[in-house]
Design a protein around this ligand. Structure first.
Ligand SMILES: *Cc1c(COP(=O)(O)O)cnc(C)c1O
Length: 363
């Protein structure tokens, strides 16, 4: 059986370090917003060359609090992609703002910057690009559009810890970066967790208040906030895994390049645009024979997943936004044809060869 990710195996390799740090935290009896959270925040901020990173309860909360802190809410519009995980648009809706979708590029499946200007209105306050599957968006073009229309840029980096565009890490390019440490992400804890990267001291102080019931100091509440804190156990686990993230990403890239070599001319393989450092949170192919490939892989004990079968504008929960089938043809075609294959740092080369062989046979 080849799984999508093998967290069991990864745990075995770092078990000693994990047990050690968890024991230390459990014995300290400091479980929420303590020294491990501060230490992890500092590491992540340094990694991105930023002053601040703020730990929160999830990637969804990271997006929600960042949008909120930037003063976006009722009556505002936020431009984003319809081809992403549901939480991206959900977080916009939490604040009372409206997601405005723009179709994606056929190769990266990231938001198409060329199509953004046509969707900017007097209500638009921000662009929320998603670095899907670990490939950075075309941030140069996005920043140019944002500057021209005075929009904020909030990066959804949930799938892209360590991805870079011309040596700048994602999460350090826009006004705020939002990360998820859900277990299966390329930097994942053993539960929920998230982080916001930001270079604005006023906003980071505001987010620190928002994540903890709007409190400044003990039991003094400046505003109504949320309960969205990162716990010490997750931060401890993430401190261990953070040491290996560059290596994990390199391993993912190596596996992806092997898939590319074996699958070239068979299916549409993921691209890596000029200046982009893709971290392959997912290795996602595109083929009209997607369903047959998926079925045959399954018969051979190989997992694969369709991320994402329904674009957000066609989700039942988003019906009230008034979109229709045909509004975003590239995203809709992707939903019919994409397939993510097993991808994790420890994936065996022999498994990749087997998977590629099966796919070639079908196509
Ligand atoms: C996982 C994910 C999120 C949400 O993160 P959680 O930690 O699960 O709340 C948001 N956006 C994208 C693109 C994701 O993949």
């Amino acid at each position: 059986m080849v799984p999508m990710v093998d967290l069991k195996r990864q745990f075995q390799e770092i078990k000693g370090e994990i047990i050690h740090i968890l024991t230390e935290i459990l014995e300290s009896s400091h479980y929420v917003l303590g020294p491990k959270v501060s230490a992890f925040e500092k590491k992540v901020a340094e990694f991105h060359g930023l002053r601040e990173a703020i730990g929160v309860a999830s990637g969804t909360d990271a997006l929600h609090l960042a949008i909120d802190a930037l003063g976006i809410g009722e009556g505002d519009e936020v431009i984003t992609t319809p081809f992403t995980f549901f939480a991206t648009a959900e977080a916009i809706l939490y604040t009372g703002a409206t997601p405005v979708f723009v179709d994606v590029q056929p190769d990266t499946l990231n938001i198409d910057p060329e199509q953004i200007p046509a969707h900017v209105t007097s209500r638009t306050k921000a662009i929320l690009p998603v670095h899907l599957f670990g490939h950075p968006c075309d941030m140069n073009k996005i920043l140019r559009i944002a500057k021209k229309h005075r929009l904020k840029v909030i990066e959804d980096c949930a799938q892209a810890f360590g991805a870079r565009l011309n040596s700048r890490t994602v999460g350090s390019i826009g006004d705020a970066g939002c990360f998820s440490f859900y277990p299966s992400k390329n930097l994942g804890g053993y539960g929920d967790g998230g982080m916001i990267t930001i270079n604005n001291p006023r906003l980071s102080a505001l987010i620190r208040e928002l994540r903890n019931h709007g409190a400044r100091g003990s039991y003094r509440h400046k505003r109504v906030g949320y309960n969205s804190r990162l716990d010490e156990l997750q931060a401890g686990i993430l401190l261990v895994k953070f040491k290996y993230i560059d290596d994990y990403n390199k391993q993912r890239r190596r596996k992806a390049h092997l898939y590319n070599t074996l699958l070239r001319n068979t299916v549409q393989c993921p691209v890596e645009k000029e200046g982009a450092y893709h971290v392959y949170h997912q290795y996602t192919i595109t083929s009209r024979k997607r369903d047959r490939i998926r079925q045959t892989l399954k018969e051979n004990g190989i997992s694969s997943v369709v991320y994402y079968p329904v674009p957000l504008h066609l989700q039942e929960a988003m019906k009230f936004l008034g979109y229709r089938k045909g509004d975003f043809p590239v995203a809709e075609k992707a939903a019919r044809e994409v397939l993510s294959l097993p991808m994790f740092p420890e994936l065996e080369e022999s498994a990749i060869e087997k998977i590629a062989g099966i796919i070639k046979n079908i196509v």
